[in-house]
Design a protein around this ligand. Structure first.
Ligand SMILES: [Zn+2]
Ligand SMILES: [Zn+2]
Length: 122
């Protein structure tokens, strides 16, 4: 692989943005990876910060309070109890409430397990 700027120099890296082969002289490198130019470097930084932001949004970042998980678990129990109570009293609307409670608890439990998994990595 030859550098796209220098015909006689062996490339040592590939630009993360435009995938051109680049030699040591042309490479701009930092924590985000290699870039062939200042322009590409900027784009990589923007792209990288977008990934970081989306990670934060989905609660993957450690240390974030899993509000949805707690909400689902807390809301699930009353639904479950109320539904079961209604069913026992012969009210079939209770079945709907019971199912809602079960769904809440199942989703809550799954996201709780996921949270534990990602927590170990941090
Ligand atoms: Zn580039
Ligand atoms: Zn070069």
């Amino acid at each position: 692989m030859i550098c796209y700027n220098h015909n006689e120099i062996q490339a040592v890296a590939v630009c993360k943005n435009c995938f051109k082969a680049i030699c040591k002289e042309c490479t701009i490198s930092d924590d985000n990876g290699f870039a062939c130019s200042e322009k590409c470097h900027e784009e990589i930084v923007v792209y990288q910060s977008m990934i970081e932001k989306s990670k934060t949004m989905y609660g993957v970042k450690p240390g974030r309070a899993p509000v949805m998980t707690i909400l689902l678990l807390v809301a699930g129990f009353p639904f479950l109890c109320f539904g079961a109570f209604s069913l026992v009293n012969g009210d079939w609307i209770g079945l709907f409430t019971l199912v809602m409670g079960i769904i809440f608890l199942v989703i809550g439990t799954i996201s709780y397990i996921n949270m534990k998994k990602t927590g170990i990595r941090s």
